[in-house]
Design a protein around this ligand. Structure first.
Ligand code: IPM
Ligand code: MN
Length: 347
């Protein structure tokens, strides 16, 4: 029987609740489809940091490299470890070290979920550049704590980096409705963003079957609210994509439904699947976190592993669950009840 090795990093807060929930759904889906998922748990988290002084061991990246995929819950417990420390010690290094340059985030309303907009039928796939740009980490501070202090943080855009993420977006558009929105702010940022627009135009000539529009990020943000049905694939830089996908989460009913996949398209290292919502300390361990974002991310993991039928089955089960009104009102259904409903719908 085919078997996949999965590294499980539940992390902090509700990450722990939702990872276990999604894992039981995925295990059931695997059983029905006739393959196995062999999970290895890693306790890497802010608690681990408190105990060891590191978010993951020194050889953490090398340990993860051998797995087929990573399922991650959430990283961050700001009351005890500053987010700038915890995220740079675990989540962000994984995205970079494994060249997970495409962060894919689907935004659509599940049946039974009421979003805040009048528009009901939108289906947006945000593709966020995930390894460079505004998150490159190039910068520093001098004269710290004095009146002369200077802080610099430089965005880095490489031709290889911009071209590969746009190309990835064009390929996705080909499998969908053939539309691509390329997002910049080239009216204000005249080097990096003009560069991005130029590469968009170059690739547009190559992908003449795709309808391409370049938008400024402010206008695109408004469009996601005013006319989300007009969008198909959206490609944006790391920070712009981060912000736009929180809008995407909001219009799809909230962070409880926002899934994501950090993909290494070349498959030279494992890809990582995680909900967008973070550790949500205010509701941690109350048993009311919505596991749907993580289950959906898990379906994206199965898809990436090539288990397309099982992935489809998981999404059908999620849709059948929300269509019945389970997991559609924040705080109403417990994590366990939503998970059990999805598992029941898998049969
Ligand atoms: C996300 C998160 C992260 C990001 C944070 C936690 C560093 O907001 O995945 O959207 O900005 O990438
Ligand atoms: Mn974010």
């Amino acid at each position: 029987m085919k078997s996949y090795s999965i590294a499980l990093i539940p992390g902090d807060g509700i990450g722990r609740d939702v990872t276990g929930a999604a894992w039981s759904v995925l295990q059931t889906a695997a059983k029905y489809a006739g393959f196995t998922l062999a999970g290895t748990d890693f306790p890497w988290s802010c608690k681990f940091y408190k105990d060891t002084g590191r978010m993951m061991p020194e050889d953490g990246i090398e340990t993860l490299r051998g797995f087929d995929a990573i399922l991650l819950g959430a990283v961050g417990w700001p009351a005890e470890v500053p987010d700038s420390v915890s995220l740079h010690g675990l989540l962000l290094p994984i995205r970079k070290a494994f060249v997970q340059y495409a962060n894919i985030r689907p935004h659509r309303l599940l049946p039974g979920v009421t979003g805040p907009l009048r528009a009901e039928s939108f289906d947006i796939l945000c593709i966020r550049e995930n390894t460079e740009g505004e998150y490159s980490g190039a910068g520093g501070r001098v004269h710290q704590g004095t009146l002369d202090e200077v802080a610099v943080e430089t965005s880095i855009f490489t031709r290889a980096g911009v071209e590969r993420i746009l190309r990835f977006g064009f390929e996705q558009a080909r499998t969908r409705r053939g539309k691509l929105a390329s997002v910049t702010k080239s009216n204000a940022q005249k080097y990096s963003m003009v560069f991005w627009d130029e590469i968009t135009r170059k690739l547009a000539a190559e992908y003449s079957d795709i309808a391409v529009t370049s938008y400024h990020v402010d206008a695109l943000a408004a469009r996601m609210i005013m006319a989300p049905e007009s969008l198909d694939v959206v490609v944006a830089s790391n920070l712009f994509g981060d912000i736009l996908t929180d809008i995407g989460a909001a219009i799809q009913g909230g962070l409880g439904y926002a899934a994501s996949a950090n993909i290494n398209p070349d498959r030279s290292a494992p890809s990582m699947f995680e909900p967008v919502h973070g550790s949500a300390p205010d509701i941690a361990h109350l048993g009311i976190a919505n596991p749907i974002a993580t289950i959906w991310s898990g379906a994206m993991m199965l898809e990436h592993l090539g288990e397309t039928a099982a992935a489809g089955r998981v999404m059908k089960a999620v849709e059948a669950t929300t269509a019945r009104g389970v997991g559609t009102t924040p705080g109403k259904d417990r994590t366990e009840a939503i998970t059990a409903a999805v598992i029941a719908a898998l049969t």
